[in-house]
Design a protein around this ligand. Structure first.
Ligand code: SF4
Length: 368
């Protein structure tokens, strides 16, 4: 898209309070940054301005692209449909393996494009026949106020919204944020506090709280992604513990994606994930009762397709982002044995395919 030097708008931020020592504490995420006037939090996009917190990236995007919904990844949410995707700048985690670091580590706001209002985003999604808008490329938790405004405009236009997030969010902010989302893909980056501490400077326990909240307190459809990094989170015991926890705490129907890592950002010294490792993780998940476990970022039709957990019939054939077989009936049940498949399905799959299409936003006629 055409990158211009934007005028940065700020909007009042929510979820913060004054401390006795005169600082302000941001409560949007469990990092709880404590700020003096003029300071920004670790995410870089939330700032103390005088006596309040502001968000500095409202209405500013790093670019828009129409992706297959499978790229989020979501395999059980409107399969085959196009989804208008965008991010802003900054992040509240510091993952050394970040696969989107040019956006998440951005400190120069001129990397962001010109004004993108919620109405422009919703209308563009509708005009291109997108099923949903995805907040992705960087974590939408840090631009909560903007994401909520966009989600409201989308709902008014009949467009759904998807959050791609690490789930690192405070209690109160979590309630508002997910109230406006229809679906989410949450990264479960590892299953030890040591992994989260060493590689993301965050805490596993807070992410698990978000997952339990999503399952038990909301109707948001969500799936999990575990980026498997050789030598860091690829042991059998960790896969076993993680998938057992998901099964016991979230149930058997939350899909899990085991995705291949490629060397990036500060972890160029680690090799790509061997496909056999992903297959091993998937096998362990299924042995522990996870009904829908997938490999990701590799070509593997058997590992990417959806099978009936009752009779084993292929329900949705998939190779990376390309769909093939479709054996779900109008109720989202297996055409062979009638067992329901968990998810959000239309009568027929979308036909978007694997392509990505960068787009410019449409300016509503009512705007100058
Ligand atoms: S959202 Fe940003 S400013 Fe707020 S606590 Fe998290 S990292 Fe700090």
């Amino acid at each position: 898209m055409n990158v211009t030097t934007p005028q940065i708008d700020t909007v009042p931020g929510r979820y913060w309070h004054h401390l006795e020592d005169g600082r302000i504490q941001c409560d949007v995420c469990p990092r709880f940054c404590k700020l003096n006037d003029g300071q920004r939090g670790l995410c870089f996009v939330r700032e103390r301005e005088g006596d309040q917190m502001v968000l500095t990236t409202w209405g500013r995007s790093s670019g828009f692209c129409i992706d297959p919904v499978e790229k989020k990844p979501l395999n059980h949410f409107l399969p085959g449909t196009p989804i208008l995707s965008f991010g802003t700048a900054g992040c509240n985690l510091t993952c050394k393996f970040c696969q989107n670091y040019e956006i998440s580590k951005a400190r120069e706001m001129d990397k962001l494009g010109s004004l993108a209002t919620p109405e422009m985003i919703a209308q563009t999604a509708k005009a291109y026949g997108c099923s949903a808008v995805a907040f992705t490329y960087n974590d939408p938790v840090i631009f909560l106020e903007y994401a909520v405004d966009v989600a409201q405009a989308c709902r008014e236009a009949g467009i759904r919204t998807v959050a791609v997030t690490a789930g690192y969010i405070g209690d109160k902010a979590r309630e508002e944020f997910f109230r406006h989302m229809d679906a989410a893909n949450v990264d479960l980056k590892g299953f030890t506090e040591d992994f989260y501490h060493k590689l993301c400077s965050a805490h596993l326990a807070d992410v698990l709280e978000t997952l339990k909240y999503l399952k038990h307190e909301t109707g948001v459809w969500f799936e999990l992604t575990n980026l498997v990094i050789p030598g860091e989170n690829d042991g059998d015991a960790e896969f076993d513990e993680m998938t057992q926890w998901v099964h016991d705490e979230l149930g058997p129907d939350v899909p899990m994606h085991f995705s291949a890592f490629h060397p990036d950002w500060k972890m160029m010294d680690h090799p790509r994930t061997p496909p056999a490792t992903l297959i091993r993780a998937r096998d362990i998940a299924m042995k522990n009762g996870i009904r829908y476990a997938y490999v990701g970022n590799v070509h593997d039709k058997a590992g990417s397709s959806t099978f009936c957990h009752n009779c084993g019939h292929i329900l949705i054939g998939r190779d990376w982002y390309q769909l093939s077989d479709w054996n779900l009936d109008a109720q989202g049940a297996c055409t062979k044995c009638g067992t329901h498949c968990a998810g959000v399905f239309q009568r027929h799959p979308g036909t978007w395919g694997p392509k990505r299409q960068p787009v410019r936003l449409m300016v509503p006629k009512t705007m100058p």
